[in-house]
Ligand binder design. Structure first.
Ligand SMILES: NC(=O)c1ccc[n+]([C@@H]2O[C@H](COP(=O)([O-])OP(=O)(O)OC[C@H]3O[C@@H](n4cnc5c(N)ncnc54)[C@H](O)[C@@H]3O)[C@@H](O)[C@H]2O)c1
Length: 352
């Protein structure tokens, strides 16, 4: 299987490592910035670097991995699908539901497999919660809490021109960071149907939000809260806590980027606690270290994705599955704007 990487920035190296571990060949990389593409190819021993998706596809590529800014995902995914390549796309799938609908439709029409990266689902501790929901140990959660308490240096928003505006980033902490935890909440609690939200920008020199709070209502009748910010110094990591009829399970990531652990497992007969702050607070770590430490879980998800193509089955996170967290984001921004509860557009409404 021949793989091409599009977008040679912060996260792309994880894709190279993961595709190689899945016994595929990374044959080319592409970036609109020719120097960045060439440097990335040299650093990772990739034979060819190009500046357009068409040039990437010309020599014959079976899979395209999309590591470009969110609003550009659609053009890359649809171009790759039109040429018959399978496509793996970074999160969030897109910044609006119409684009996500066009992406899934294009991949369906071409008969190619669309997968979307939500590698935190592949933490063993996250899989353990999902299994405990499925086997009835926890049961369907009726209460959830997600906190996303992160540090970003202001330079994070100024280093890359696409960050921090509605048009080129699509949103702030909700879209870029908390989307992982929103994905986990809805993976554990089921379809989210209505939200209320408020957001603000307290620290960073950006147009989009750096801080937000929300409540979420699920089709099951369950409720959850969300608090998210990139304005903390120091950051305190992230946590998702869910309570079902059988008990409560927590999933904590500290420092940011490290493997999530079950910080609390409050199921009668199987109780355990493990503080993610066991060795004390650490100072904030550079973004490159955060992204690098995500690599083992990119590797697990990309192994699933490659196996899905080889086996002719759906990957763990399809385009439609990834559209669910985008639908929640859409409702969160609508509620913050209207000041009222807003419905989450259903997946049927998201199709073109
Ligand atoms: N799964 C995760 O945990 C995770 C972590 C970090 C980033 N991401 C996602 O990965 C994507 C990229 O983020 P990043 O931090 O690596 O960004 P980045 O800015 O570091 O890199 C993006 C690269 O894409 C290039 N690019 C832009 N438009 C292009 C196009 N049309 N064709 C080819 N190249 C193009 C840019 O020149 C840049 O080099 C984002 O969607 C982000 O949300 C996911």
């Amino acid at each position: 299987m021949r793989v091409g990487i599009v977008g040679c920035g912060n996260i792309a190296g994880n894709h190279v490592t993961a595709f190689r571990a899945a016994d595929t060949e990374v044959v080319a990389c592409c970036d609109v910035d020719a120097g960045r593409a060439a440097a990335f190819a040299a650093r990772h021993g990739i034979p060819s670097s190009v500046t357009s998706v068409d040039a990437l596809l010309d020599p014959g590529v079976d899979v395209v991995s999309v590591c470009t800014p969110h609003p550009t995902h659609e053009a890359v995914v649809t171009a790759a699908a039109a040429r018959g390549a399978h496509v793996l796309c970074e999160k969030p799938i897109a910044i609006d539901l119409a684009a996500a609908g066009r992406m899934t439709a294009a991949c369906d029409a071409a008969g190619v497999t669309l997968g979307v990266l939500f590698q935190r689902r592949f933490w063993p501790a996250a899989q353990r919660i999902r299994a405990a929901i499925d086997d009835g140990t926890l049961g369907t959660p009726f209460l959830g809490h997600a906190t996303v308490l992160l540090h970003r240096d202001p330079s994070y928003y100024t280093a890359d021109p696409w960050r921090g505006t509605w048009a080129t980033d699509g949103g702030g902490v909700l879209t870029t960071q908390a989307v992982h935890n929103i994905d986990l909440l809805q993976w554990f609690m089921g379809d989210c149907v209505e939200v209320t939200a408020a957001h603000t920008t307290v620290k960073h020199p950006i147009e989009v939000e750096d801080t937000a709070v929300a409540t979420l209502r699920f089709a099951s009748g369950g409720l959850a809260t969300l608090a998210a910010s990139t304005a903390l110094t120091p950051g305190l990591g992230t946590r998702v806590l869910v309570t079902g009829p059988g008990g409560t399970a927590g999933l904590a990531e500290y420092p940011e980027g490290s493997e999530g652990v079950n910080d609390v497992w409050a199921v009668p007969g199987a109780e355990s606690v493990r503080s993610p702050f066991g060795t004390g607070l650490t100072s904030d770590i550079p973004l490159s270290a955060i992204n690098g430490s995500l690599a083992p879980f990119h590797t697990l998800q990309i192994a699933d994705y490659v196996d899905a193509i080889r086996a002719g089955r759906e990957p763990a996170v399809t385009g439609r599955e990834a559209t669910k967290s985008l639908a929640v984001l859409t409702a969160l921004y609508a509620s913050a704007k209207s000041g009222r509860p807003e419905p989450v557009p259903s997946s049927k409404e998201n199709r073109p």
